[in-house]
Design a protein around this ligand. Sequence first.
Ligand SMILES: Cc1cc2nc3c(=O)[nH]c(=O)nc-3n(C[C@H](O)[C@H](O)[C@H](O)COP(=O)(O)O)c2cc1C
Length: 233
Amino acid sequence: MRSIFALLASFLLALPACAQEAEPSVLIAYFTWAENTVIEDEAASLASALAHYDNMGDSRSGVDATSSASLLMPGNTAMMASHIQRLTGGELFSIRVEQPYPSNYDDCLDRAANELDDNARPALSTHVENMEDYDIVFLGMPNWWYSCPMAVLTFVEEYDFSGKTVIPFVAHGTGGISGSVRDMSASLPQDCTVLAPIGVYRPEIPTCGPAVEEWLKTLDLPFALNDSFEVTE
Ligand SMILES: Cc1cc2nc3c(=O)[nH]c(=O)nc-3n(C[C@H](O)[C@H](O)[C@H](O)COP(=O)(O)O)c2cc1C
C-alpha cells in the first residue's frame, strides 16, 4: 500500500515538469559553394571571381575578393549559419553534392545555369538522419542565377517538411534575394510555415552578426536567443 502512495506522490511531483512545453528542436541546414568545390589553383579561382565582379560593375565585392569570392572556407552562407547557430543553439548541417562544382567562377556559373535550365536535382552526399526530430529548420542558400542552387531543391524534396517551420537565409551579390526563397518554397508542402528571410550582400558578410541577430528578434521564435552580438562585440 505504501508503495502505491510513493508511486502516486512521485507522479504528482513530476507533473509540473511534464506540463512544461519542450523547447523546439532547431536545425540549421545550408548550402555554400566553398564546401561544394575542390580548389586546384586558388589564385586563379580568386582572379576569376574578381574578373566577374569587374564585368558586372560590382566594385564593392571586388574590394575584398578574398572574402567576397566565397571560394575559401567559410563560405558566405556558412558564416550566416554559424551566427544563427551561436544565437539559437541549433544543429548545423552542410548540404553537399556528390559532384563538386568547379572552383573557377565562370565554370561554376555555367554548370549552375545548365542545372537550372534542366530543372536538375544534383545528388547529395550528406543526409539528415533524424529530420523528424526538428520542428524549426533554418535553410541557407546563396542566390544562384536569381534562384537557389538546385541542390537546395534536392534537399527540400528529400524530407517531409509537413508541419515544420522553415526560416530561409540568403547570401547574395547585387541581385538581392531575387527568386531564391520563392523557388525553394515552391518545393515545400502547403502545411509548412515559411517565415520572413534575411538576405546579406556579400561584402557585408564579415560584419553581419548584429543584422542576423536583429532579424532573429523579429521572428518571434518560441525560445530565447543566446548571448547577444551587441554585448560581446
Ligand atoms: C553559380 C553562381 C551564380 C550566382 N548568381 C547570382 C545571382 O543571380 N544574383 C546574385 O546576386 N548573386 C549571384 N551569385 C553570387 C552569390 O550569391 C554570392 O557570392 C553569395 O554570397 C555566395 O554565397 P556562398 O559563399 O555561400 O556560396 C552567384 C554565384 C555563383 C557561384
